[in-house]
Design a binder for this molecule. Structure first.
Ligand code: F6R
Length: 613
């Protein structure tokens, strides 16, 4: 999940690296480092100051040589080796001339290291990545140029990588390579760039290209040349980049999370815009699976991780109810290794904000290998998931920077429900008038979210009163259950407090034993069809001394008699309610985290894009 960046040809190389690393901090912030090369000299700086690593690196780079036009930079999320300076990238070979940055995991690094040690190499870190520097060192010593040394070194490597290598004996060159972990290359006249993510360099270059698995790219100031592992020339895939500087900045908010929560109405409107033709049929511009193929679908499997998994859980209820299709929702890291059954007519939908989550990409690859049609739902145009799926449906939430996902979640639910209506229309499982009503309700949800946003003061007050609470249980029924799971995830990742989400009906099957005075139960009670049932569950927790925070619809007066705190939301179609109900839960987690002095954009131990298994 580390972030990588490289530049060759620019007189502002160091500034570009440092600014890019600051933008990549969301990928990992245990440590950071850069290497600059010019003829015969490799200069390196590394810091391990946690969330302050990039700022510390900026200070360390005050000593950097000036006028250097080739460099690489790295922000680390530790997998092998503690977050200490010695393990920070770039890593050097024994001569100190070759520098390497790596994102991913070299699975057979222990065996490779043993061989290298036996041949006299000295290691200065306990990372898996350093073996690459020494392997390349040997291949360079054997007379290979840098691109061939990198290419040949990868033959013996198992695992995942996006990497970049410089050598002071080839100072106008960077060699980069990819297997599984994301890597892009970009050009502008006179300079060439690489990065793990588009946001690092989106405003630097004019043309962007995706590197595919087992491709090795030589970057020079004039452009690039790519080969496969056999050394045969290959073309890189051009990418579309649709970011602008404004969306990548905080826009007057204290942090990105506040900005992204506030952007949810806009994210929903953009995601749902222009999705219907005059004749009432749905239009998915990026969807290249035909209506005929979709009519043949017999079963849907949704694969996703984290917040995207919760969005997928909501979609299960909508697709089953509206399109009458059987839906399974799978945690992507579990799906892949479970020998899954894919029958004829299985549609697999991978849901991922980044489109780079390795577990989800691998789950989709596995499904494709077994014959499934795969639709990717993601937020980043031309992300790996988008490129590898048979079809892609974009959430148009805009760049999400804060580690905790907010606007991507509501956009994912909206686009999945749109797909559910499309499937219902094709399968004839809903009257067209009812489809019209549901579509109208879906487009109105953005206004409901805006109403909830205007009530944030009340949420802050409740968070303030509950600031000393250490145990939270989130309950919901039907789609309120995934909403509860997502609310609990937001609270735990932002505050580091204990929070668990449960289906309210499950409480009496075990967790009720944990309910006692001091525990806070947060309940989603907006579904009128299940109102009585969930109120009974709340009576059970009240009887055992817990305090109750209820997310309740406007006009629900009964809840006032039971809940200690009520956070109001506009009444919404029950299947669409998660889009609205999650908002006060996001605000609550945010307010609690701020109250506890947490870094809301960069919670400890987490990274925005999870590219390791
Ligand atoms: C939580 C969060 C994570 C991500 C998960 C999947 O707030 O953001 O749980 O949802 O890592 O990421 P994507 O959606 O990029 O596949």
């Amino acid at each position: 999940m580390c972030g990588i960046i490289g530049v060759v040809g620019s007189t502002s190389t160091l500034d570009i690296l440092l600014e890019g690393l600051a933008r990549l901090e969301y990928r990992g912030y245990d440590s950071a480092g850069v290497a600059l090369v010019r003829q015969g000299e490799t200069w390196r700086a590394r810091t391990a100051n946690g969330t302050e690593s990039v700022q510390a690196l900026v200070r360390a780079c005050a000593q950097a040589p000036t006028g250097v036009t080739t460099g690489i930079g790295h922000t680390r999320w530790a997998t092998h080796g503690a977050p200490e300076v010695m393990n920070a990238h770039p890593h050097l070979d024994c001569s100190g001339r070759i520098a390497i940055i790596h994102n991913g995991i070299i699975e057979n690094h222990l065996a490779l290291k043993e061989d290298l040690l036996a041949r006299g190499h000295t290691f200065t870190s306990v990372t898996d990545s350093e073996v690459l520097a020494h392997q390349i060192e040997e291949l360079r010593a054997a007379g290979n140029d840098l691109i061939n040394a990198v290419r040949l070194s990868l033959a013996s490597v198992r695992g995942a990588f996006s990497l970049a290598v410089v050598d002071a004996l080839e100072p106008n060159t960077i060699v980069a390579a990819r297997r599984v972990s994301p890597l892009i290359v970009a050009t502008t006249p006179g300079a060439t760039y690489l990065a793990s993510d588009i946001p690092a360099i989106f405003d630097r270059a004019t043309s962007f290209y995706g590197v595919d698995d087992d491709q090795v790219v030589q970057l020079t100031p004039d452009g690039f040349h790519a080969v496969d592992l056999e050394g045969t020339s290959v073309q890189l895939t051009p990418l579309t980049v649709n970011f602008d500087l404004e969306t990548a900045q905080k826009d007057g908010h204290d942090d990105f999370m506040a900005k992204e929560i506030a952007e949810q109405p806009q994210a929903l409107r953009a995601t749902l815009m222009d999705r219907r033709r005059g004749d009432g049929s749905f239009t998915f511009d990026e969807m290249h699976v035909s209506d005929e193929e979709l009519k043949e679908v017999r079963r849907v499997v949704l694969v996703a991780a984290g917040t995207s998994y919760h969005a997928a859980l909501v979609a299960k209820y909508a697709i089953e109810k509206w399109a009458r299709l059987s839906v399974d929702v799978e945690i992507s890291s579990e799906y892949r290794y479970r020998d899954p059954v894919i029958e004829i007519g299985t549609l697999v939908i991978g849901v991922s904000q980044s489109g780079e989550t390795i577990d989800t990409i691998q789950a989709c690859r596995e499904a494709k290998l077994r014959g499934a049609r795969v639709i990717g739902i993601c937020n980043i145009v031309d992300a790996s998931l988008a490129r590898e799926s048979d079809a892609v449906l974009y959430t148009r939430a805009g760049l999400e920077v804060s580690v905790a996902s907010t606007k991507a979640f509501v956009a994912q639910v909206a686009v999945l429900e749109l797909l559910a209506l499309h499937l219902a229309q094709l399968r004839g499982t809903m009257d067209s008038a009812v489809i019209d009503d549901r579509f109208t309700e879906l487009t109105e949800v953005a206004d409901h979210v805006a109403t909830v946003l205007s009530r944030s003061e009340r949420v802050s007050l409740v968070a303030n009163e509950l600031r000393d609470t250490r145990d939270f249980f989130y309950l919901g029924r039907n789609v309120g259950f995934p909403t509860a799971l997502e609310g609990a995830l937001k609270l735990k990742e932002l505050t580091y407090l204990h929070a668990e989400g449960y289906a309210a009906g499950e409480l009496k099957h075990g967790p009720l034993a944990l309910i006692e005075p001091g525990v806070v139960v947060v309940a989603v009670v907006t579904d009128p069809n299940l109102h009585e049932k969930i109120l009974s569950n709340l009576a059970e927790v009240k009887a055992r001394g817990a305090s109750v925070v209820a997310i309740a619809a406007d006009g629900d007066e009964i809840i006032d008699a039971i809940a200690d705190y009520v956070l109001r939301v506009p009444a919404t179609n029950p299947l669409m309610a998660p889009i609205v109900d999650i908002v006060p839960l996001q605000q609550f987690a945010y307010a609690m985290a701020r109250g506890l002095g947490r870094n809301v954009d960069r919670p400890r131990n987490l990274a925005k894009t999870v590219t390791v298994e």
